[in-house]
Design a protein. Structure first.
Length: 359
């Protein structure tokens, strides 16, 4: 089996770098479309557009909604195609980035990603997660190319809610745990190839970086101060985890997170669902009590979900069985593991998470 490793052509990170490194975008083309929404338009998309236009790289900002449908997608692609744009720039959170990847692939433009949050590892990957209008996970969409450029301006991200940074930590913490599970199961990375050692090294370093820096990074975020701890956690959340999960593969933690989407509020962030899924992954992998307690205590410290109640789910056998069926759908990454699971196994796992949380 062939190994594979994918990454953006260029990743740059630092405080207040977005408007000072537009030259990196100018080498990619002459006309840009900036896709954004919400507060990201005023804090990053509009200032970036103004700066690019000053530097003779024509750009315009187009607003996309989080509940983007296929018709709106088709119309926007047509508009971008007729504008002769050669660069698509995503400015915002995970949903904007996922949508921009789809659009850039369809209109055959170079993709630039400017995350305004460090809440997921989506910015560096060459796949998108597709959700229904109700917020239910449907599938992953894979692309031929990784982003041409990822610009992570920590001066912008430090002003985002602390909850988003913590959600990103949870998403990143799962990366190494899932890498090990895929490795034990002789599974595949997200491209269907064998894992690289490099992906595992990055995934492990992401985990170490978060355990070492989380509390001080949260303090920095609360104070809106960019320091070494904050920079380290942002890099772990976005770069280390992004390269680690994509070329290392996912297992049960993300399947559990995906399966939960049908049954919990869409206000619960992806990383928060993954945090719960991480605990499930540890149980299914038969991790030691010491390892489980290490992650449980850490997630409690960060205020992440550690039981069904935290997700607003009732301890009801019928509901738990429905969740189990979603987790075990044929295309889910839980099947990467070296064990086969039944609905009963998954229900017991969910109940065990609840039981451990009460100890």
């Amino acid at each position: 089996m062939m190994k594979s490793f994918s990454s953006p052509s260029l990743y740059i990170q630092g405080q207040d770098i977005l408007l000072n490194h537009c030259d990196q975008m100018k080498r990619l083309g002459k006309r840009a479309v900036i896709l954004s929404n919400g507060v990201a338009i005023d804090i990053a998309a509009n200032p970036l557009s103004d700066k690019l236009n000053e530097q003779h790289l024509f750009s315009e900002v187009l607003t996309i909604s989080d509940d983007f449908n296929d018709y709106a997608l088709s119309c926007l692609c047509q508009k971008i195609h007729h504008s002769n744009a050669d660069i698509v720039i995503a400015v915002g959170g995970g949903k904007v980035i996922d949508t921009a990847k789809i659009i850039a692939a369809q209109v055959e433009c170079r993709l630039v990603v400017v995350p305004t949050l460090a809440s997921t590892d989506a910015p560096t990957s060459r796949l998108s997660a597709k959700y229904s209008l109700q917020g239910n996970f449907e599938k992953y969409i894979f692309f031929d190319d990784s982003p041409a450029l990822v610009i992570v301006d920590t001066g912008i991200i430090v002003n985002a809610p602390v909850r988003t940074l913590i959600a990103g930590m949870a998403d990143a913490l799962a990366t190494f745990v899932e890498y090990r599970a895929v490795h034990c199961g002789s599974g595949h990375n997200m491209f269907g190839d064998s894992q690289t050692i490099t992906a595992g090294v990055l995934a492990e370093q992401a985990s170490k970086t978060i355990f070492q820096n989380a509390e001080l990074a949260i303090e920095a975020n609360n104070a809106h101060v960019v320091d070494n701890h904050f920079e380290a956690v942002v890099e772990a959340n976005i770069l280390m985890s992004g390269l680690g999960f994509e070329s290392g593969g996912e297992a049960a933690a993300h399947s559990i997170a995906n399966g939960l989407t049908t049954f919990i509020s869409p206000a619960i962030m992806h990383g928060e669902k993954v945090a719960f899924g991480l605990l499930g992954q540890l149980i299914l992998s038969k991790s030691s009590d010491i390892t489980y307690k290490k992650y449980l205590d850490f997630q409690r410290l960060l205020g992440l979900p550690v039981c069904l109640k935290d997700l607003g789910i009732m301890n009801d056998q019928n509901i738990l069985r429905q969740i189990a069926r979603e987790i075990l759908r044929p295309h889910e990454t839980i099947h990467q593991m070296n064990l086969s699971f039944t609905e009963e196994d998954i229900v017991n796992m969910l109940l065990q998470i609840d039981s451990y949380a009460k100890k």
